[in-house]
Design a protein around this ligand. Sequence first.
Ligand SMILES: C[S@@+](CC[C@H](N)C(=O)[O-])C[C@H]1O[C@@H](n2cnc3c(N)ncnc32)[C@H](O)[C@@H]1O
Length: 207
Amino acid sequence: MSRKSGSSKRWLSEHERDSYVKAARHRGLRSRASYKLLQIQEKYGLMELGQFVVDLGASPGGFSQIARKQVGTKGRVIAVDLLEMAPLEGVDFIKGNFCEDSTEEKLLNLINGQPVDLVISDMAPNFSGVKEVDQPNSIYLVEMALEFVAKILRPGGSLMIKCFEGSGINDLRRTFRQKFKRFNSFKPNASSNRSREIYLIGRNFIG
Ligand SMILES: C[S@@+](CC[C@H](N)C(=O)[O-])C[C@H]1O[C@@H](n2cnc3c(N)ncnc32)[C@H](O)[C@@H]1O
């Protein structure tokens, strides 16, 4: 048996035993990630009825499902991902690489100047297992998201973005503190202890 298939099997068996996976299936949620956003929402109350949310790295749609429910039918959700996403009622989806100009253009067209209340990003690069490659790739995605957010987020709006602890993250924390009046780093219980993932949350965007 190859090492790769061994680790995939281990991942699958852990995934099957995971209580959040079971709960997500039971509740008809698209991914266990939904619980991360629910726990963040419980603590920081980022989403409200009627708001406009943009979800970056949205597939298979766990975050978008929760966002849609929180903003209600008077709100709006736009989701973007490299991968296809099965349609979700009330969610506009753009398939494309967020880092490419053509995808940003499509997004800006769809946003059409409407001020965005919240941007959530769960984007993660394909991990190679080589820290020196993976960490800069993940920081790059966050930096691209921060650049984009500056164009669309309304003053007073919020940003919640997934990062990975390691080189470069303290610079990101500094940037968040400069751009938002309130800043927190938070690791929800639904995020695996073995993962270095952490969510940076900025509220009250200075603009
Ligand atoms: C952890 S998954 C997101 C899970 C999702 N938040 C949910 O709740 O179901 C990360 C996603 O980021 C997407 N992604 C990574 N890099 C991207 C990029 N440059 N542009 C668009 N999507 C990207 C991946 O395709 C993947 O679907």
